[in-house]
Design a protein around this ligand. Sequence first.
Ligand code: UDX
Length: 477
Amino acid sequence: MQIAVIGSGYVGLVAAVGFCELGHNVICVDNDNAKLQKLRDGMMPFYEEHLKKLVRRHAGTRLSFSSDLAPAARDSQVIFIAVGTPAGENGEADLSYVEAVSREIAGAIKSYKIIVEKSTVPVYTSRWIRRSMLLNGAPAELFEVVSNPEFLREGSAIVDFLYPDRIVIGGDTPRSIAVVRSIYQPLEEGSYYADLSDIPPPPSFTGKVQIIETSTASAELIKHASNAFLAMKISFINAVATVCEAVGADVAEVATGVGADSRIGQRFLRPGIGYGGSCFPKDLKAFRAVAREVGYEFRLLDEIATINEEQKARFLRKVRGALWTLKGKKLGVLGISFKGGTDDIRESPAIPIIKALVQEGCRLNIYDPAAEERAQDELGQLGAITFASSPLEAARGADAAVILTDWAEFAELDLCAMREVLKYHLLIDGRNLFDPAEVAAKGLGYVSIGRPDSFPENHPATMNEPAQRIRIAGVNL
Ligand code: UDX
């Protein structure tokens, strides 16, 4: 099939190469010419596993790039809209890019097209797209609007696209749903997995992709509700972690026990410094705004966001509690991006924590495997910050090391080597990457989230103190 994808951000670019993998021809449209030229030259606008390989595989054959929306729309049977929907001032998604694109499509098309919204958009956006197309002169019989939300995660976006749990297709006629469904046929039938893929499946993949057909409004709500539910799981376990600290329980044990109930599941129950990224914070606000607009005060969503905000403050108290005072302390900081596997720093909880530590008088030596360049604008001006080329370099001579991002490479740190370079032999872990007893056995004090602190024997922090120290939210009692 000939497909146009409008927007070459995470969702657009990943969908474009994903459709090429499934055998379709794709024109990827963006109004940023410099970005398009880089893509044509095989340079990626962001780091994402497998992306470069797939762009290089298909560029010039199934995949082309263009800044000209009208001919791309005219030449395609299906047009996916994957432009940004940033949060406006009161949390509502800003749909001006979506509207501008639908206006342009309306002026361009001469034969029947299916317009698919793939960006995360408020419920009823499909109606607005339809209305805007009609107002801008597109005859009603020449187009239909379908919602096909994307559930990909940064860092595993390609794998998520090619091995989805489910594909949701929301349309108001059987014809439009059938056309969009046929695009995904190689995944539904499994032929892509049998013959074509050199991208390995994730461990969670069952071998079967579920296709869910709904109305457009339901599809839009599925996206809102899924993200809100996942954010709720994270805030829930973070709140439970705080109670664990107060009663001396271990949140890892609690999460395992709770998640073993198949109705709940183990995933997204990892406590930490809170969720970030370009989706959860924005989508939660947008869902809240949608609910308010239709007359429902969805207070649960406020609470999810509040717990998430407080989690950063709680972690700072924890760092303070572990180091007594922060002024003049030197810290090795591991991680800037909002999660491991990506250089994206949007809404990263690491950023406000880093800023607060600097404000309290710390000097920071920071290492991140991918996000340093992107963080220059945010952090470069702060002063008191240097960047290191490895975790060990970041920690060398520091009073303590602080983990802020769950990069896989941090979970494999050589703890004995860390001990050698750290002044206070202390690791403060905002992502619970280690087993506390193991860290203590390597001679490091270890402070993490929702678990008792662990210290090796004779660690200066525990000398002359009762064996069991009880802490609430990082404050010694
Ligand atoms: C999310 C959704 O998972 C995806 O379906 C949607 O399409 C876009 O938003 P993404 O933002 O890429 O994807 O990241 P995700 O892996 O979901 O993590 C979001 C944040 O939650 C990160 O900051 C991560 O560190 C944090 N997180 C995740 C936790 O703190 N604990 C967990 O158990 C899981």
